[in-house]
Design a protein around this ligand. Structure first.
Ligand code: ADP
Length: 373
């Protein structure tokens, strides 16, 4: 078994991606040196993010991949260093240029879908998180912006505790279950809430859309606060023509409030794509269905808004338990009735709002010589 050449090693390192910026290590100019001695290989990697969150990732992934591809290698030493401030700026700048998060531009490949409800407590956030996970499961790249600024619950439902990495005013969103997530909850202290007011909120939302490295996902779901308020209007202003899903419960009273949110959204330019009826029924151990919160509200709302009913989600205490535990039920218990209903809803949504066709990604030329040169 002969040892691989430096070029072969370099090519393999180029296939390994940075876990935050999702580009190959060569593309990000992270490979600084490759040395081959006997049956051992030493690589020097410059990390793009400040801090050492991903050190163990590189220390594990690089030796594993190298030894898997080139069994002749007996030992791999990974040395880590950090990029200088200037190098980091150049790298983040070039990656940002490849994927400018301008969701309102005609060539953005992202479908933005806001999820709203007439009132709180109908399961809007639970539904949003699970739809995001279902869409990711279907193979789509997904971003989730938690714009429910007063009642943010998305970080908890997805078990995110780490603060996002911020490089030169660019926020790199944490990614869990294939979903890139940004929430005001990631920046504020839960015990010390910020009093968000209109203009400040407007600005914060704008920054979440423009200063976050979303990296052109297929879908960006936006969890709106309940009601017909300012945030939906801000979103409509930043993202004219974005889609909207309205979550409601089956009782008639809830349907009326939800309809108001729907009509209001349409007035501001959001296009309602469909309705999700949550807590639609409960199935007892005997298999019998109980309509605890009434019946038919979802259908009624969909008819009134002239849009399809995307799905009806049953009541299941497991849905709350998994949300409290920090993992979407569609991933944790995919065969349960409630997960299947959520998956069907996500498929229906993807049928009605299909992902946009993608052109080739704009790749910028490296500014620095590549590894080992
Ligand atoms: P909203 O975002 O509309 O305020 P949440 O998603 O926070 O509502 O849900 C409110 C509560 O109801 C949460 O405790 C959640 O776990 C629970 N919940 C939501 N949908 C269901 C369901 N289909 N079955 C059981 N519990 C649910």
């Amino acid at each position: 078994m002969s040892m691989p050449s430096r070029d072969q090693i370099s090519a393999l390192l180029g296939e390994i991606q940075d876990p935050e910026l999702h580009r190959g290590l060569n593309h990000l100019r992270m490979v600084r040196h490759i040395a081959i001695g006997g049956r051992g290989v030493t690589v020097l990697i410059a990390l793009s993010a400040p801090g050492n969150r991903f050190e163990s990732y590189f220390r594990e992934v690089i030796p594993a991949k190298l030894r898997e591809r080139f069994p002749a290698i007996e030992e791999v030493t990974v040395e880590l260093t950090h990029m200088t401030e200037e190098e980091r700026k150049a790298v983040v700048g070039s990656v940002r240029k490849e994927a400018p998060a301008q969701f309102d531009s005609a060539d953005s490949p992202t479908q933005v879908i806001a999820v709203g409800s007439g009132k709180g407590g109908v399961g809007k956030s639970t539904t949003t998180v699970n739809l995001a996970a279902s869409l990711a499961k279907l193979g789509h790249s997904v971003g989730l912006l938690d714009a429910d600024v007063w009642g943010f619950s998305v970080p908890r439902m997805l078990g995110i505790h780490a603060q996002p990495t911020v490089i030169d005013d660019v926020v790199i969103p944490p990614e869990v279950f294939g979903i890139k997530v940004v929430s005001i909850g990631l920046f504020t202290d839960e015990n010390n809430p910020v009093m968000w007011r209109g203009p400040m909120l407007h600005k914060a939302l704008q920054q979440f859309l423009t200063d976050v490295h979303w990296d052109d996902p297929d879908y960006l779901l936006v969890d709106l606060p309940p009601g017909t308020g300012d945030i939906a209007m801000s979103i409509a202003q930043f993202l004219p023509g974005a889609g909207m899903v309205i979550v409601t419960t089956p009782q008639a009273a809830a349907e009326k409030v939800a309809a108001r949110a729907g009509f209001m959204a349409e007035k501001t330019g959001l296009k309602v794509a469909g309705v999700v009826e949550n807590m639609a029924y409960f199935r007892g151990d005997d298999g019998k269905v109980y309509h605890i919160f009434g019946e038919g509200g979802g259908e009624l709302l969909a008819n009134r808004l002239g849009v399809p009913l995307l799905g009806s989600i049953p009541i299941d205490p497991k849905l709350r338990e998994f949300a409290d535990w920090g993992a979407p039920i569609v991933l944790q218990a995919p065969d349960s009735e409630v997960a299947e209903a959520l998956d069907t809803t996500a498929k229906e949504l993807a049928n009605i709002v299909p992902p946009k066709p993608r052109g080739p990604r704009r790749i910028s030329l490296p500014l620095m010589p590549s590894a080992g040169a």
